[in-house]
Design a protein around this ligand. Structure first.
Ligand code: UD1
Ligand code: MG
Length: 459
């Protein structure tokens, strides 16, 4: 078993012309994460001593996007071929290590296949291949029984070689001492005038180093993204794999084809998710949580037995057990709801902490607010948290009742068990256990008043 250190070189200098985008290809997202991030994550899972990314087009933007990763960046200013790309990484390659070469535009790359390749590469060149019904465009694997004798690029292949349907994935592994030697001997004397990495196979054969190819059955795991069509197909493949895992785990998905997980979704037992829900970042759903159709939920924790009604948007929030949210609720960052809370339609919460048993059922904005236990906030209540320059907090203590259509102008505290009469604009603290009013003084009635009539337009 190989215990040699591992270097990983990721080729990501390609321009991605067919994406028709100003964004570097490898920054387009699959499952809410840049294509290259998938490859880097797989690379990291192999515990390499170092990762080297060969970048080119849009390089600085790519580097910035991964500034948090421990990566050696190598610029390939001119893209003269895959062999030339790996040559740029040579200064980083350790003589006592093996190198695994990965492609930055293959997001579903499979860890197990890479691991196996690395193990096989201890004293030989190991290539990951696959069988393609239509191999046009790919490098063909030329074999002599178990051993590979060459990889011939499509444009350089003979008619007979065009019939070979085992093709090169581009992913390969080998000892660095060999690799460095082979790279120094590449030429661009071929149909594309490129330095082909694949020419190292012939050089290995020449230097009596065995070359093997391991065939993967999972074509998606070696499929590169070159266009928005590829991007959309791979996205669906990833999503159907995520959906399958959730189903296997016991989650009920009303339609596995209408679910999008762009991050991590952890589910307890007996979770149900209706159609067209999008989960982003880290989302965790407790036992018996039900998510109705058309919800968008990002970075959230939803505890057991809570029901989220349709069209609810949750972003950076935590919801306690036995709660009911939505339909059409919007929970913005910093929202923390304890158990048994009810948040109804057209209610927006931002940085609001709501304690056990409280209800905000209709048409309200509650921001920068602490809500105690068993509070009832009536329809159309607004916390006026912003004076145009600064934000202030509202505190609503346990048992308070806020009448409909009230404005609470922060900073303000509504005392324990206080009642605010409907239609009040509260600018000073309201004492506990009392009814506070703030309305026009008198209610007037004009007897005989007539409603305006519609003015008839001349014919
Ligand atoms: C290459 C292989 C081919 C294989 C195919 C699999 C060679 C010569 N050919 O073909 O055998 O079947 O991949 O998809 O290796 N890149 C650079 N710098 C360059 C050129 C490419 O970084 O100068 C990167 C690209 O960003 C891409 C990868 O290398 O991630 C493969 O390049 P691409 O042009 O897509 O591959 P082909 O030459 O078509
Ligand atoms: Mg090419």
């Amino acid at each position: 078993m190989s215990k040699k250190p591992l270097n990983i070189v990721i080729l990501a200098a390609g321009k991605g012309t067919r994406m028709h985008s100003n964004k570097p290809k490898v920054l387009h997202e699959i499952g809410g994460k840049p294509i290259l991030a998938h490859v880097i994550d797989c690379a990291k899972s192999l515990n390499p001593q170092k990762i080297i990314v060969v970048y080119g087009y849009g390089g600085e933007i790519v580097r910035e996007a991964f500034a948090y990763e421990n990566i050696n960046w190598v610029n390939q200013a001119e893209q003269l071929g895959t062999g030339h790309a790996v040559q740029q990484a040579v200064p980083y390659l350790d003589d006592d290590a093996n190198t695994l070469i990965m492609l930055g535009d293959v997001p579903l790359v499979d860890k197990t296949a890479c691991e196996s390749l690395v193990l096989s590469a201890n004293n030989q060149l190991a290539i990951l291949s696959f069988k393609k019904a239509d191999p046009t465009g790919y490098g063909r694997i030329v074999r002599d029984n178990d051993l590979v004798t060459a990889i011939v690029e499509h444009k350089d292949a003979t008619e007979a070689q065009h019939q070979i349907n085992e093709v090169n994935t581009g992913i390969m592994a080998m000892p660095n001492i060999y690799l460095k030697n082979w790279l120094s001997r590449l030429s661009n004397n071929n149909a594309q005038n490129e330095y082909y990495l694949t020419d190292i196979v012939a050089l290995a054969v020449e230097s009596k180093v065995a070359v093997i190819a391991e065939i993967t059955q999972d074509e998606w795991s070696v499929t590169g993204i070159n266009s928005k069509i590829d991007l959309s197909q791979i996205e669906r493949v990833l999503q159907s794999r995520i959906a399958l895992k959730l189903l296997q785990h016991g989650v009920t998905l009303k339609d596995p084809a209408r679910l999008d997980v762009r991050g991590t979704l952890n589910c307890g037992r007996d979770v149900e998710i209706d159609v067209n829900c999008v989960f982003e970042g880290n989302v965790s759903l407790g036992d018996n949580v039900k998510i109705a159709a058309n919800c968008v939920i990002k970075n959230a924790t939803i505890a057991a037995n809570t029901k989220i009604a349709p069209f609810t948007h949750i972003d950076d929030a935590a919801i306690g057990e036995n709660s009911r949210i939505g339909p059409y609720a919007r929970l913005r960052p910093g929202t923390i709801l304890q158990s048994d809370t009810h948040i109804g339609n057209f209610v927006e919460l931002k940085n609001a902490q709501v304690d056990i048993g409280s209800k905000i059922n209709h048409l309200s904005y509650v921001g920068d607010t602490t809500v105690g236990k068993n509070v009832n906030i009536g329809a159309g209540t607004i916390t006026c948290n912003y004076d145009g320059a600064n934000k202030f907090r509202t505190v609503i203590e346990d048992g308070a009742f806020i009448g409909s259509d009230s404005q609470l102008v922060a900073p303000v505290t509504i005392g324990k068990n206080a009642t605010i009469a409907a239609g009040s604009t509260i600018t000073r603290d309201a004492p506990a256990d009392a009814l506070t009013f703030c309305r026009a003084k008198e209610q007037k009635t004009i007897v005989g008043w007539k409603r305006p009539q519609k003015i008839k337009k001349p014919d």
